[in-house]
Structure formats: structure tokens, C-alpha cells
Design a binder for this molecule. Structure first.
Ligand SMILES: NC(=O)c1ccc[n+]([C@@H]2O[C@H](COP(=O)([O-])OP(=O)(O)OC[C@H]3O[C@@H](n4cnc5c(N)ncnc54)[C@H](O)[C@@H]3O)[C@@H](O)[C@H]2O)c1
Length: 303
């Protein structure tokens, strides 16, 4: 619905129920009436004179947008828990408040992270491809063997809401040790599991599964690079469900091709989605079906 002189602009079409409070007051809301992101030029035009802006992570909210909005803008809200697309510095300079949506997706992202971890470590997508393209010949004992969670060490980079929810879900799989790296110890999140706070390098050295759940900040930008991959086990599984910018994708590609790590599962990339000819999308899964000692089938007598 378009009003003259809108007070608030939303950068995507939303169900009216999304804004019960705004709808019940006499607040004029103009929506970008599409499921596609608002083009930058339109955004710059639409924000002029508004008091509130509701955006998604597809909109970069920087000095240019804030200047286009002008001094009337009092609050920016983003429909995301991550707010790396919003310049906090520019908001602070102008005294504009920022709203976000923590916890809305914690359970969903934790489930997705576990699904991605299992699919990657147990090579599910590769196996489905092989079944469809005729690559599944006769049964071979070591073919498509992956890596198991039982007795493993899982390292979480960023033990926030999602990281803790991932750990809670992985615990029943028989994980032996949980490690985490963060800006400091998080006993509120770690005690129940329990998980040990360690430097990131130690986490990389000891983990069979490295799961990235941290916020994207200037400090975490590109933190998963060759220096980290080179410390990891060559049987390690790397999972990222935080933000693509946390990973140096060229370094990840090299680590996968060179067998420095076994496989990676990425829910987030830079850009999103990756162009379909991106080298990472050409990789099946790196590393041979090397069995870890814990996976060896020790011979037992049946009769
Ligand atoms: N894949 C998706 O669809 C999806 C959905 C929601 C959120 N996310 C991402 O997940 C992230 C985490 O969400 P959350 O709700 O758990 O947030 P959170 O704020 O509870 O957790 C973020 C954690 O990252 C840690 N962190 C920040 N800087 C760090 C650093 N330099 N080194 C190590 N750790 C650091 C924080 O201390 C905190 O523990 C979000 O920031 C967002 O980017 C992704």
C-alpha cells in the first residue's frame, strides 16, 4: 500500500500481520511491493524524509542511504539477527537507533547446521548424485564412507545463541569433546554442554568438525583463511552457517583441493548465491574415503 508522505519505508513486501503495532497506529507505511530486493536507486529515493526504515540484509545501509533519508530518520530495523550490512558507525554519528530480530531463527539455523554437517560428513549429496548417474556399481566396503560424530571433537567458532543450539543438538550423537572460540569465555552458554573455551588455533588443531556460527564483524572478516585451514586435520569437516564474509573462499578452495581438510558445507557464501561457474561449486567433496580409527569395523564373531 502506498501513502503520500510515508513515515516508514519497508524494503520488501510483507504480510500486514508483520507490523501489527504500526498498522494499529496511524503510521503511513510504504512497502517495496515485491519479493525481490529494492533497487539501490529506488531505495535512495524512497527513504527521503522517512522516520523509520525496515530493511533486510540485502540492503546496505550506509552513509549514502542515511544522507538520502535526512535528519527525520530515527530508527532502522533489520529483519535479521546479523547486522553486518548496517554501518553502526554512521548510525551512531546521527543518533539513529537500530532494531534487529535475534532468536527468531535460532532453532531453524541450528537444525540446518546439523543437517549440513551430517550431509557433508556422510557425503549425502555425492551419494545421491552417484545413485542417479549410474556411479553406484557393486557394493564396495569403503566407498562413500564419511566421518562420524561418535567420539569426535566438535569446535564452534562463536558460541552465541545459534552455536549453543547446534552443540545441544550434536551432543546426543556421542561427541566426546566440545571446544569453542569466541571473544572471551561464555560460561552462560558453555556450562550446560559442557564446552571448553580455547584459542581459535587450538580449536582448529583438535577439532574433527569446525562449525562457524560467529557474527560477521571487522575482526571476523576472512578469519577462516589458509592460516587456519593449514592447522586443521586433513579429515576435518568445515561448516559455515554464519556469513560468507567470515571465510576467505579462495583459501577454502585451495584447502579442499589440496586435501588440507576433507570437506566443507556452506550455507552462506560471498556473493549469495555463488555464480554457477564458481570453482567451489565444481568440487564434489575433497579427500578420499579415508576411515578414521573410530570408524573401523573391528571383526567380531557372529557364531
Ligand atoms: N545462515 C543463516 O540463515 C543465518 C540465520 C541467522 C543468523 N545467521 C548468522 O549467525 C550469526 C550468529 O547468530 P546468533 O543468533 O547466534 O548471534 P549471537 O550474537 O548470539 O552469537 C554470535 C557470537 O559470535 C561471537 N563473536 C563475535 N565476534 C567474534 C570474534 N571476533 N571471534 C569469535 N567469536 C565472535 C559473539 O561473541 C557471539 O557469541 C549471525 O550474526 C548471523 O550472521 C545466519
Amino acid at each position: 500500500m502506498t501513502h503520500v508522505n510515508p513515515v516508514c519505508f519497508t524494503s520488501r513486501s510483507h504480510d500486514p500481520d508483520t507490523f501489527p503495532h504500526l498498522s494499529s497506529c496511524s503510521c503511513n507505511i510504504e512497502q517495496w511491493d515485491s519479493d525481490e530486493p529494492v533497487p539501490r536507486s529506488e531505495l535512495l529515493e524512497k527513504v527521503a524524509g522517512i522516520r523509520g526504515l525496515y530493511c533486510l540484509l540485502t540492503e546496505k545501509i550506509d552513509a549514502e542511504v542515511l544522507d538520502a533519508a535526512g535528519p527525520s530518520l530515527q530508527v532502522v530495523s533489520t529483519m535479521s539477527v546479523g547486522y553486518d550490512h548496517v554501518s553502526l558507525e554512521e548510525l551512531k554519528k546521527r543518533g539513529i537507533r537500530l532494531g534487529y530480530t535475534p532468536d527468531v531463527l535460532t532453532e531453524a539455523v541450528a537444525e540446518l547446521t546439523v543437517a549440513l554437517l551430517l550431509a557433508t560428513s556422510r557425503r549425502l549429496l555425492e551419494a545421491v548424485d552417484e545413485a542417479k548417474n549410474g556411479g553406484w556399481g557393486t557394493w564396495k566396503p569403503l566407498w562413500m564412507c564419511g566421518y562420524g560424530l561418535t567420539d569426535s571433537t566438535v569446535g564452534i567458532l562463536g558460541l552465541g545463541r545459534i552455536g549453543a543450539a547446534v552443540m545441544a543438538r550434536l551432543k546426543p550423537f556421542g561427541v566426546k569433546r566440545f571446544l569453542y572460540a569466541d571473544t572471551g569465555p561464555r560460561p552462560d552458554m558453555a556450562t550446560k554442554i559442557p564446552a571448553e573455551f580455547v584459542p581459535l588455533e587450538e580449536l582448529a588443531r583438535h577439532s574433527d568438525f569446525v562449525v562457524v556460527c560467529c557474527a560477521l564483524t571487522p575482526e571476523t572478516q576472512g578469519i577462516c583463511a589458509s592460516s587456519l585451514f593449514s592447522l586443521m586435520k586433513d579429515t576435518a569437516i568445515f561448516i559455515n552457517t554464519s556469513r560468507g564474509g567470515v571465510v576467505n573462499q579462495e583459501d577454502l578452495y585451495q584447502a579442499l583441493v589440496n586435501g588440507q581438510i576433507a570437506a566443507a558445507g556452506l550455507d552462506v557464501t560471498e556473493p549469495e548465491p555463488l555464480p554457477i561457474d564458481h570453482p567451489l561449486l565444481k568440487l564434489k567433496n575433497c579427500g578420499e574415503s579415508v576411515l578414521k580409527p573410530a570408524e573401523k569395523q573391528w571383526l567380531k564373531m557372529v557364531i
